[in-house]
Ligand binder design. Structure first.
Ligand SMILES: Cc1cc2nc3c(=O)[nH]c(=O)nc-3n(C[C@H](O)[C@H](O)[C@H](O)COP(=O)(O)OP(=O)(O)OC[C@H]3O[C@@H](n4cnc5c(N)ncnc54)[C@H](O)[C@@H]3O)c2cc1C
Length: 368
């Protein structure tokens, strides 16, 4: 009998496993992948710790989670250039870095193993046999608590009958060789309807890709991605280094219920993604730490498991809801490049900076 079985060893699952192990629990975390972090289905962009502090003011000790070693940083970046459909550029000061996600996810899993958690790769969650028995492709494990950190299509979430996120964007990316400076580019408009296309500089290249609302795209998102990659290649005189890889991003904000009996949901499985930029690595890590600690408190008789939901909402809930609201307000412009360009001009550099950082352009508090 394990205290906790965590399904998924992405950023959410590994962070949960790390902090549950640090609380002294017997932890097993499993992943269906043979190699953690591979294949990469990501833009690989992370805010630096000081930006995460500004994004989510209520997160305790961000440095403990996010001060990562240089070996998982590919290239630091200092500016996000938002390009409106009419070609105007709005530069936002934002300290971030690209990572090698393949190494980054392994590093997080190593942290959990170092803390005492047991990792099993090539092990897929199949179903529950009663809420305390986890059936996998490599055997059945008994667990007091089960965590679903198994991504947007979470089999754990499905197995307990909780509803899926309402809106999933398909997103695709590849890596290009070449020199791309230290500015992150985000292109908006019909290039990626209701989403954006990105160029994220990496050491010796860039991660290039896009995500879009499937309800507004006239063709498969792969078509838009290939067109954009072609243009990027022409602009920067470079070629793709790696095959294009895709995935899905939950864009409708967090689920209303993330704890059910002895099961918790973390990261993409719970919709913990910033709707204004599609970033979900740091939010999965924040919620993973809260999940691990809360499970520790719970099994030591100090807190109900529901505290997890209260705690992640206290830490990032308001910001995720604000981001969701901002996207909803702007949605009337998403199929009209002219209107979206006008909205960019109205918001200006400062307003866009707020929105991208999950703040409201209408709240005085967020302007101070
Ligand atoms: C194309 C693309 C680009 C993105 N770019 C960025 C970006 O630049 N920055 C950013 O912050 N976010 C980005 N995101 C979002 C980010 O990747 C996710 O929000 C983040 O990975 C969520 O972490 P997680 O641990 O919740 O889930 P995941 O990272 O998806 O991890 C889930 C893990 O569960 C495993 N799993 C799934 N099902 C099972 C099962 N049945 N049994 C066992 N294991 C299972 C999977 O193999 C996987 O390893 C991007 C997403 C996509 C698709």
């Amino acid at each position: 009998m394990f205290d906790v079985v965590v399904v998924g060893a992405g950023p959410g699952g590994s962070s949960t496993a790390e902090y549950a192990a640090k609380a002294g629990l017997d932890v097993l975390f499993i992943d269906s992948r043979k190699e953690i972090g591979w294949p990469v289905q990501c833009g690989e962009f992370m805010p630096k710790t000081e930006e995460i502090e500004r994004l989510f003011e209520n997160v305790d000790e961000p440095g403990e989670l996010f001060d990562v070693p240089a070996r998982v940083v590919s290239k630091p970046t200092s500016v996000i250039r938002m390009v409106s459909p009419d070609g105007r550029e709005y530069d936002i000061n934002f300290s971030g870095y690209s990572t090698e996600r393949r190494d980054f996810d392994k590093y997080l899993a190593e942290r959990a193993v170092k803390a005492g958690a047991e990792l099993m790769t090539d092990t897929k969650f199949m179903k529950f046999d009663g809420r305390n028995r986890v059936v996998t492709t490599r055997g059945t494990f008994d667990a007091k608590i089960v965590v679903g950190a198994d991504g947007p299509f979470s089999a754990v979430r499905r197995s307990i009958g909780l509803p899926a996120p309402r809106l999933l964007y398909p997103a695709m990316s590849t890596t290009m060789n070449g020199e791309f400076g230290d500015t992150v580019y985000m292109y908006f408009g019909s290039v990626a309807p209701a989403g954006y296309a990105w160029i994220i500089p990496k050491a010796g290249g860039a991660n290039v890709g896009l995500g879009a609302d499937p309800a507004l795209t006239k063709r498969e998102v792969g078509f838009y991605a290939k067109e954009f990659i072609k243009q990027t290649g022409m602009k920067f005189n470079t070629k793709p280094r790696q095959m294009i890889a895709g995935g899905w991003v939950p864009m409708a904000g967090p689920l209303s219920k993330t704890v059910d009996g002895n099961v918790l949901l973390v990261g993409d499985a719970a919709g913990h993604v910033m709707a204004t930029n599609g970033g979900g690595i740091c939010t999965a890590m924040i919620c993973g730490r809260i999940a691990g600690r809360t499970i520790g408190d719970h099994l030591n008789g100090r807190a109900p498991l529901e505290k997890y939901e209260l705690e992640w909402r206290r830490a990032i809930g308001r910001d995720l809801e604000t981001a969701k609201r901002m996207v909803r307000y702007a949605s009337f412009t998403f199929s009209n490049d002219w209107m979206l360009s006008l909205l960019f001009r109205f918001a200006g550099r400062k307003g866009l900076s707020k929105v991208i950082k999950c703040k409201s352009i209408f709240s005085l508090r967020d302007w101070t």
